[in-house]
Ligand binder design. Structure first.
Ligand SMILES: NC(=O)c1ccc[n+]([C@@H]2O[C@H](COP(=O)([O-])OP(=O)(O)OC[C@H]3O[C@@H](n4cnc5c(N)ncnc54)[C@H](O)[C@@H]3O)[C@@H](O)[C@H]2O)c1
Length: 400
């Protein structure tokens, strides 16, 4: 167990409707206790879908489709129950979460009627969203911003008597910072704040987060589990299945090109070429990792606001078969982005909370299954990533 975990202790309070929390009281055997999930970008599509979806599944309104941690291999891994997750976060917008959920229902992302069915849970999470930053004109230094964000997270954890809190970055993708930029990007300020508050951390976006030399010492000393980067939900998920197939069948991939059309907040953020470049680097990594070198071809992302949260991704793969015969595989992926991402975000929060409880620290390449640009040491093929995840579930079970 880490120094942080020792200091924080555990609570034994059951779900949201149970008795008031008792910080420090031991939990029932095998139950990690009430767990905070702190979203950076808490009013965004992914965070809103995860918050509403968790409430809907916990209430038995919907099955946990897409949640890998709800499948049998994870049954005895000691993960926090969905009813024990308490949501809060930072955002720079102040639109109420219930309104965001209504907008997602109007767009067909959430089922019709769901926002009103889980209104109480959305309002409870809304009351725990604190102003993010830095907004234009904010004169606070990086150090002051980190301290302020960490204080918000610590306050949330203490007030709710939570056993621990996991911080998950689902804020808008930011451009990669330049080498001479004197300030830390916002994602790194939040990531440093998470560690300062003694929380495990997942970066579901391509933004920098903890991957900056400016935070090397902070990261090395933190003794906390962490995972990243950029959730793997569609085109890259398919690439991590198909690329190993070509390799294993000894088919020579000559070119692999892709185009994405998407709208919503993510589409708007990725209209900035610098933000799109950060995203595309992760998408292309799986090919370079699988083949040893990236084949010819590029990935493009087009913002199509009319598509809202729905994405279409095409891949065009040119490959050679026996005696140099030329062949083509084309794929079309049509997905609802937030519905693909939300269950993964809930999985990550539960796995990191349990890892933290078990005293596991450092980067977790075992969670590479979830990411486009995983932590060092993760295999590139989805099947191998899944095997590593199952071994991790076993490890968590052994320590339950
Ligand atoms: N399938 C997917 O949906 C998917 C897959 C992989 C990665 N992601 C990443 O997840 C992130 C969220 O996607 P989304 O569709 O929810 O986007 P979104 O635009 O709907 O939400 C982003 C939220 O972040 C907030 N935000 C922006 N700057 C902030 C700051 N400095 N501090 C706090 N909050 C801030 C915005 O106000 C907004 O509410 C994006 O970075 C996206 O690339 C999504």
């Amino acid at each position: 167990m880490t120094a942080h975990a020792d200091r924080e202790g555990r609570t034994g309070t059951p779900g949201r409707t149970g008795a008031p929390p008792t910080p420090g009281a031991p939990g029932p055997a095998g139950a990690p206790g009430r767990t905070g999930v702190w979203f950076i970008g808490a009013r965004g599509s992914v965070a809103t879908t995860a918050t509403a979806g968790c409430a809907a599944i916990a209430a038995g309104l919907h099955p946990p489709t897409g949640m890998v941690t709800e499948t049998p291999p994870f049954a005895d891994s000691g993960l926090p129950a969905l009813t024990d997750l308490v949501f809060g976060g930072h955002d720079t917008l102040d639109c109420p979460l219930s309104k965001r959920a209504e907008a997602l229902a109007d767009g067909g992302v959430l089922p019709h009627g769901l926002p009103s069915a889980v209104r109480a849970e959305l309002d409870a999470a809304d009351a725990e969203i604190r102003p993010g930053g830095p907004l234009p004109g904010d004169t606070r230094t990086d150090r002051e911003l980190i301290a302020a964000f960490a204080a918000d997270i610590t306050d949330f954890t203490r007030r709710h008597g939570l056993a621990r809190t996991v911080v998950v970055n689902v804020a808008s993708t930011e451009p990669a910072p330049g080498p001479d930029d004197p300030r830390l990007p916002a994602s790194s300020l939040y990531a440093a704040a998470a560690l300062r508050a003694g929380c495990s951390y997942a970066n579901f976006t391509p933004s920098t987060g903890l991957r900056t030399s400016a935070l090397t010492d902070t990261v090395a000393d933190c003794g906390l589990p962490r995972a990243g980067r950029d959730g793997k939900t569609g085109q890259t998920l398919l690439r991590s299945v198909l690329a190993p197939m070509f390799l294993q069948r000894a088919l020579a991939v000559r070119a692999w090109s892709g185009t994405n059309l998407l709208g919503g907040g993510d589409g708007a953020a990725l209209a900035d070429p610098a933000a799109a470049a950060a995203k595309n680097a992760g998408k292309e990594r799986v090919l370079a990792d699988t083949f040893g070198t990236a084949p010819e071809g590029e990935v493009h992302i087009d913002d199509v606001p009319a598509m809202g949260d729905w994405k279409t991704a095409w891949d065009h793969i040119a490959f050679d078969g026996f005696l140099g015969s030329r062949m083509i595989l084309q794929t079309i992926w049509q997905g609802c982005d937030s519905a693909l991402a939300a269950p993964l975000v809930l999985d990550l929060a539960r796995l990191l909370a349990r890892a933290h409880e078990a005293g596991i620290s450092g980067p977790l390449p075992e969670l590479g299954f979830y990411f486009k640009d995983p932590d060092g040491g993760a295999p590139a093929a989805l099947a191998e990533q899944y095997a590593a995840l199952l071994a991790f579930a076993e490890r968590l079970r052994g320590r339950a």
